[in-house]
Design a binder for this molecule. Structure first.
Ligand code: CA
Length: 498
């Protein structure tokens, strides 16, 4: 501006044009410089622009590449997962197939297992049978030893009996000699007339001549016989009626005469007063016998035996007895069944079984035989279409046929049904015992036992020839007059089963 202000000092128009020229030149120089700068800037901007976009594109490409890689990895992973899924499905199918096969084979396996168990049980039972046979020899030896001691006891009893028999025999001998003497006298008396003269011989001998001698003889005989009978009855009356009246500290054989029985019998008594009425332990006694044999009893009191239905009737006829059944199975388990009330009816009524008030661990199996008459090989009194006694080879109170039978064939037919386990007990040894109830309970029992009495009463009524047994039945406590005596057997059986 200083130069612009100095120009007016020169010549006017020249300085102005020069000034304008210089100004234009200066301006065009500036414009050129500005264009250069602009170009430079544009170049720079372009460079910058180019540079950034390229970088970004590159980074995007890198990113894209990375994503593509990741994508590739993912898809390969997905593919392998698919493969895994497929193989899992195949595995699942295989497992299902296996399960189906297992489901199919389980019943077969169970069947096989049960067959094996059955075979095992058979082998076990065979083993125990073999073991039993093996021990039988030892037991036989023991039994022989027992038999020896039993025989000694029996001998003692027999000695007592023989003393009584000797006494009786002496009496009989005395009678015999008396009769002989009288006969001799009579013969002498008859022979005398032969020596008399003929005319005297022709005279008939009047009966009046002999009558005093005959009447004396008869009177003597009658009195002697009465004497013998009285002595015999005295001996019988002195005998205990059952084992509860035997006072002993040890188990053993004793002579008893059940009430109403005129014959003594030898039986096994326990120290606590139980009378043994049945015993099985080695199959030595034959139990496949007739009705009459079962009525009378058989076997050895020291070994296997049946006391007899007639004896059972007399032992229980006062309706005051209980029954205990002791059993041992082939696995040596001990089973007990006890009935607080036990009564066997008369011969006329078929020795019918009456039991009540069960207790024990062996199940109330005898209840199935309740109210049944006694059947044996020659007398089918059961209610089955078959002949149970013949099938099981032993006498019993069979119905349809049995839930309990201790008189069947040994090693086959000795059974007791255990309802708790729903299984038959394979009985190896058995003992049936009878004992009188204590007097107090006995009276209570009698007053509460209308059923027993009415059964025997109605049965006796139904029997064609009741006879003396009816008297024993009706002689029991006077509950006979209770109503409902009709069909009372059925009622009693129903009551027993309920
Ligand atoms: Ca039958």
């Amino acid at each position: 501006m200083k130069t612009f202000s100095q120009r007016p000092k020169q010549t006017g128009l020249e300085s102005t044009a020069d000034h304008k020229r210089r100004h234009c030149r200066f301006q065009s120089e500036q414009i050129h410089q500005l264009q250069l700068a602009q170009r430079n800037l544009r170049r720079q901007v372009n460079g910058l622009r180019f540079h950034h976009i390229d970088e970004r594109v590159r980074s995007i490409e890198v990113e894209q590449h990375r994503i593509a890689n990741a994508n590739f990895n993912l898809s390969s992973q997905i593919a392998s997962l698919d493969k895994l899924h497929t193989s899992m499905l195949e595995l699942l199918e295989d497992v299902e197939g296996l399960q189906t096969k297992m489901d199919k084979s389980i019943p077969e396996l169970r069947h096989e297992i049960s067959k094996l168990e059955f075979a095992n049980a058979q082998i076990t039972s065979e083993q125990s049978l073999i073991r039993e046979e093996g021990t039988n020899a030892a037991r036989s030896l023991q039994a022989m030893a027992v038999s020896v001691s039993v025989l000694q006891e029996e001998r003692e009893g027999m000695r007592k009996l023989s003393a009584n028999v000797d006494q009786l025999r002496t009496n009989v001998d005395r009678l015999q000699s008396l009769v002989n003497d009288e006969m001799k006298n009579k013969l002498t008396h008859l022979n005398k007339p032969h020596k008399r003269p003929h005319h005297q011989n022709l005279q008939p001998q009047t009966p009046q001549d002999d009558s005093p001698i005959d009447s004396v003889l008869a009177e003597t005989l009658v009195s002697e016989l009465e004497n013998v009978e009285t002595q015999y009855e005295a001996i019988i009356n002195k005998l205990p009626h059952d084992c509860s009246e035997v006072h002993t500290q040890t188990d053993g054989l004793h002579l008893i005469a059940p009430a109403g029985q005129r014959h003594p019998l030898m039986t096994h008594c326990t120290a606590d007063g139980w009378t043994t009425v049945q015993r099985r332990f080695d199959g030595s006694a034959d139990f496949n016998r007739s009705w009459a044999d079962y009525a009378q009893g058989f076997g050895a009191p020291g070994g296997e035996f049946w006391i007899g239905n007639e004896q059972l009737h007399h032992l229980t006829l006062d309706n005051c007895s209980r029954l205990q059944v002791q059993m041992q199975d082939i696995y040596d388990n001990v089973w007990v069944a006890e009935y607080k009330r036990f009564y066997i009816s008369s011969r006329a009524d078929g020795y019918r079984l009456h039991i009540a008030e069960y207790s024990g661990n062996a199940s109330d199996a005898l209840n199935y035989q309740q109210g049944m008459q006694f059947s044996a090989i020659d007398d089918d009194r059961d209610i089955s279409q078959t002949h149970c006694a013949a099938n099981y080879e032993g006498g019993w109170w069979f119905s349809h046929c049995q839930h309990a039978n201790l008189n069947g064939r040994y090693n086959l037919g000795l059974t007791w049904f255990d309802a708790a386990r729903n299984e038959w007990i394979a009985v190896k040894s058995s003992r049936m015992l009878v004992k009188r109830l204590p007097a107090v309970e006995c009276q209570a029992n009698a007053s509460a036992s209308g059923a027993f009495v009415s059964v025997s009463g109605s049965a006796a009524d139904a029997a064609p020839s009741s006879g003396a047994t009816t008297t024993t039945a009706t002689a029991a406590p006077a509950t006979v007059t209770t109503p409902k005596t009709n069909n009372s057997v059925v009622q009693f059986v129903a009551a027993g089963q309920a």
